[in-house]
Every structure is written in structure tokens, then in C-alpha cells.
Design a protein around this ligand. Structure first.
Ligand code: PSU
Ligand code: MN
Length: 303
């Protein structure tokens, strides 16, 4: 069982050219069709426009692929039966020969295995509200403690317990920096209300941070580069809080658990905000793809 790295991606990695990994769970479970395929294609286009090679990650007939082709991207976006795969699900998917979309945890793992150091997504998974009772903590966090990859994201999804997530990352030794900000972004919102200890001021500084991580022997864990939305692009905070409350209420009534929680809440958000959250989610993903590509370009110049 091996990982299939697309030719273009492998050649770029081998010759030290910039590559950015993208996940597929946000395509199959985070956004409705046809927004999902549009975002997937647009993210790849933005990365290319910055001079980097995109590598969307997913599992096709049991084989983990680093760099999906156009038909495989379409499969992630349109097939109704695509499983959501975290890192622990990869061996099961391989054994069964099934298709699957990879979460941050699974994507980070496969990207690092292929030698990719930059990865862009919308929002990380984290500690869920009510985790004291439910024990629901995304495997994305644990993956970052053992995966040498820099994740460019707009913080963690605002449906989560942000302070608890930041504490988890601190305890487990995962660096968290803001891109040109000392505020931790709140996914749909520009500011989660929590600070971070450090910011990086430009792409070069971010690239030097990624490089230093490896040089200092800390390169077995990841780093979170958090990139907020512009305030004028964020979801209206009142609308955000109403949608969140409605979503959590319904989730509790219906007893939604486990890996269904995040897709359920994102879907409820889209409905409650009449598509506004979708517009914002697309902006987030595209902004992060662009920034990750710029950092990757800078990193390729350094190493
Ligand atoms: N970011 C988005 N949309 C998403 C996700 C992230 O903008 O759908 C996905 C990612 O794949 C992330 C997953 O890894 O949600 C977290 O799921 P869970 O909370 O079950 O670990
Ligand atoms: Mn969970």
C-alpha cells in the first residue's frame, strides 16, 4: 500500500519548487455542490497564479492521492457516498478500497509524508463546546503534534471552544502565529476574541519560521499560521451568534455525534444565514490558499 503522488507534484517536490497541499473534506462535507467544486478549482488556480503547484489530497479506491486530477476532484465534489477520513481512517479505507475525502488530520499526514510543508484550509478542527461532557476534540489537533507541516487557516471553526483549543495547542507544543495580527481569527469572524502570542509580518518571516522549526529539531510537529478575514468580509456577528445557537440546539435535539458534528453545523450555518456563511467560507479558503502559496514560494527561495 503506498501513497500516489501526482507527477507534477512529485517533480516540484524533488526539485525544491513550491507546493501547497489542500484538503478534500471541505469539498465533500463542508460545502454544497456546486460551490464546492468551484472553490476546489479556484483554490488550485490561485495557488498556480502565485507560482506554486497545488496538491489536493484525497483517497481514490483505497489509494491515498497527493494531487487529485480534474476527474478525481469532481468525484470528491459530486459523489454522494464519499467518506470523511481522518488520519486513523486511512488504513481502513486502504483495506476496503473505498473513496474518501481527507480532513486536516489526514491531509497533513499525507502531505508531510510526500514532503510538502505548506497546507491551506478554511478552519482547523478543535475542542468542541461541551467537550467536558462529550470528549469531542478534533483529531486535527493531535495530528499537528506529530506532523511537520505548516497549516494556513483562519483559526479554528467558530462553532468550537476557541480558548480550550488554544490551550490544547499550547500544551501540546504546536506553534500558533497570527499573520500580521496578534488576534486569533474566528473563522467566519475576523477576530475570535482571543489573542495569540506571536505574529509574523510577511511571507518571508513565515517561511523562515517554517524553516527554523526543522532546523531546531522541532520539525516533528506542525505550526498554525492563522490568517484572518478582512473585517468587511466577515459574517455579521449578530447573524453568526444566532446561527450558532440555532445549530447547537438542533444538534443536541437530534443527538448528532462524532464526525457528523462539524458537517452538520456548517450546513446549519449556511441555512440559517441564507448562504452568507457560504460566501464567507469561500473567501476564507481562497485567501488561505493564496497566502500558503506565497509562503511556499518564499520557502523555496530560502531552502
Ligand atoms: N474547514 C472548512 N470546512 C470544513 C473543514 C474545515 O472550512 O469542512 C473540515 C476539515 O476537514 C477539518 C474537519 O479537518 O472539518 C474537522 O472535523 P472534525 O471536527 O470532525 O475533526
Ligand atoms: Mn469530533
Amino acid at each position: 500500500m503506498s501513497v500516489a503522488v501526482r507527477d507534477e507534484v512529485r517533480e516540484a517536490i524533488e526539485s525544491g519548487r513550491p507546493v501547497v497541499a489542500l484538503e478534500s473534506t471541505l469539498i465533500s462535507h463542508g460545502l454544497p455542490h456546486p460551490d464546492n467544486i468551484e472553490v476546489a478549482r479556484e483554490s488550485e488556480r490561485l495557488i498556480r497564479a502565485e507560482g506554486a503547484v497545488p496538491a489536493t489530497v484525497g483517497v481514490v479506491a483505497g489509494t491515498p492521492k497527493v494531487g487529485l486530477d480534474a476527474a478525481e476532484l469532481e468525484l470528491m465534489a459530486t459523489a454522494g457516498n464519499i467518506e470523511k477520513l481522518s488520519a486513523r481512517d486511512l488504513p481502513v479505507a486502504a483495506a476496503k478500497g473505498i473513496h474518501g475525502a481527507t480532513t486536516v488530520a489526514a491531509t497533513a499526514h499525507l502531505a508531510a509524508l510526500a514532503g510538502i510543508r505548506l497546507f491551506a484550509t478554511g478552519g482547523l478542527g478543535g475542542v468542541h463546546r461541551g467537550a467536558r461532557e462529550s470528549w469531542d476534540v478534533s483529531a486535527d489537533l493531535a495530528a499537528l503534534t506529530r506532523t511537520p507541516v505548516a497549516v494556513v487557516c483562519s483559526g479554528v471553526k467558530s462553532i468550537l471552544d476557541v480558548p480550550a483549543t488554544l490551550e490544547y495547542l499550547e500544551t501540546s507544543g504546536v506553534s500558533v502565529v497570527g499573520f500580521r495580527t496578534l488576534r486569533f481569527p474566528g473563522f467566519y469572524l475576523a477576530d475570535s476574541g482571543r489573542p495569540v502570542d506571536w505574529s509574523v509580518e510577511d511571507e518571508d518571516e513565515a517561511a523562515r519560521l517554517v524553516l527554523a522549526l526543522a532546523e531546531l529539531g522541532l520539525g516533528r510537529s506542525g505550526v498554525v499560521i492563522s490568517n484572518p478575514l478582512a473585517e468587511e468580509d466577515q459574517l455579521d456577528p449578530g447573524m453568526h451568534d444566532r446561527a450558532l445557537r440555532a445549530g447547537i440546539d438542533e444538534m443536541e435535539r437530534k443527538g448528532v455525534r462524532g464526525k457528523d458534528v462539524t458537517p452538520f453545523l456548517l450546513d446549519r450555518f449556511a441555512e440559517e444565514t441564507k448562504g452568507e456563511s457560504l460566501r464567507v467560507n469561500k473567501k476564507i479558503i481562497q485567501g488561505n490558499a493564496r497566502l500558503a502559496a506565497r509562503i511556499a514560494v518564499s520557502l523555496a527561495g530560502l531552502s
